[in-house]
Write a protein that binds this ligand. Structure first.
Ligand code: COI
Length: 357
């Protein structure tokens, strides 16, 4: 064991039974380390999951210098797998660079996760669609209320056994096209996984929920015209035989699931247009019967079909509010690889061997 236990629990928690939901339960242990300019990353430890003490003046509480990642560990037949964790490590580095926060090397990021996941492997559910959600996050922990780049940071990794993200599961959801609030603008932090992006998005989500929708479809920040993301997921639209999705050019999060789905399209003879397209184009395509399927992609919900778009007082139904064939095939192929049920010709899976302790 490379990272030492600070304290071992004298009693382990009961494992949850029944519906897991998302983010309701946490395992026995978490990882923690501290960064200072003088010492770099130090005080690395695995400690019991539980409250952390912070001074009321730690900078993250005032100026939101915080970044996070989300990935999952999958269990099948007693084996445990991570899915493309190096992509999360690299995206975390790019988020931290944008937010003036320190770097964690890819190798160390993956080592920490593997060691913690291995320690907690009994917590990984193996029921259909369930997994262990891994949440690495970093925040400014210097005590100072001046606006500046902090000189001290805390990095934590917590683990949560999860089921479905949306109560609808892989059934279609209703999406409201948000034309008032925006998620991101060029030059901002749209491509970054930082808490602030999500905080600013809540008002739109709340408004959508009040109107009976599950999430929002975000339009671009300048003209409220171009389609960008759906809720906290990347958005994909099957028009004729081509998937349309917004490009990664500053405002859209470079999703690991997005990238994987794009690579899988070839297997299903589906073309890709990674370019800007407008909401009016999308509505025309629905009206002409050419928009066949629509779905969001993300680690938490995997693939979430869109069955209806609400826009400017009108409602547009997609694929008779049914999960489309391509959507289902992509979901099965992707989860098959993630859970080790299908051949992994891309080398995406990484087994967490039971030999870290
Ligand atoms: C993900 O799908 O990985 C997300 O980022 C959703 C998360 C914010 C719950």
């Amino acid at each position: 064991m490379k990272y030492k236990f600070l304290i071992e629990r004298d009693k382990l928690k009961e494992k949850p039974q029944g519906e897991l939901g998302f983010g309701k339960y946490y395992t026995d242990y978490m990882f923690e380390m501290t960064y200072t300019e003088d010492e770099g990353w130090h005080d690395k430890k695995i400690r019991p999951y539980g409250p952390i003490e912070v001074d009321p003046s730690v900078m993250v509480l005032h100026y939101a210098q915080e970044t996070f990642e989300g990935l999952k560990a999958y269990k099948n037949d007693g084996k445990v797998y991570l899915f493309r964790p190096e992509m999360n490590a690299k995206r975390f580095q790019s988020s931290n660079e944008r937010m003036c926060m320190p770097k964690i090397d890819t190798e160390e990021f993956i080592n920490i996760i593997e060691e913690l996941v291995n320690l907690e492997r009994d917590w990984i559910p193996d029921s259909e669609g369930a997994s262990l959600y891994i949440r690495p996050f970093m925040f400014a922990s210097e005590k100072n209320i001046g606006v500046k780049v902090a000189n001290k940071y805390t990095f934590l990794v917590s683990l949560s056994p999860v089921g479905q993200y949306y109560k609808e599961g892989i059934n279609p959801v209703k999406i409201y096209v948000e034309d008032k609030y925006i998620r991101a603008a060029q030059g901002g932090t749209g491509f970054v996984k930082c808490g602030g992006n999500y905080a600013a998005s809540l008002i739109a989500q709340q408004r959508a929920e009040e109107m009976g929708y599950t999430q929002v479809l975000w339009l671009d920040g300048k003209e409220r015209k171009y389609v960008e993301e759906v809720g906290s997921m990347n958005a994909m639209f099957l028009i004729d035989d081509t998937i349309y999705t917004a490009p990664i050019d500053g405002t859209v999060l470079p999703g690991v699931t997005r990238d994987s789905v794009i690579k899988l399209l070839d297997e299903f003879d589906v073309k890709l247009k990674e370019e800007h397209f407008t909401i009016d184009f999308l509505i025309d395509m629905i009206e002409e019967g050419r928009l066949k399927e629509a779905f969001g992609t993300g680690t938490a919900a995997v693939i979430s079909p869109i069955g209806e778009l609400g826009y400017k007082g009108n409602s547009y139904i997609i694929n008779e509010f049914k999960t489309g064939d391509l959507t289902k095939k992509l979901y099965d192929r992707l989860t098959g690889i993630q859970y080790g049920r299908l051949e992994d010709k891309y080398g995406w899976r990484r087994e967490v061997k039971n030999d870290h302790c």
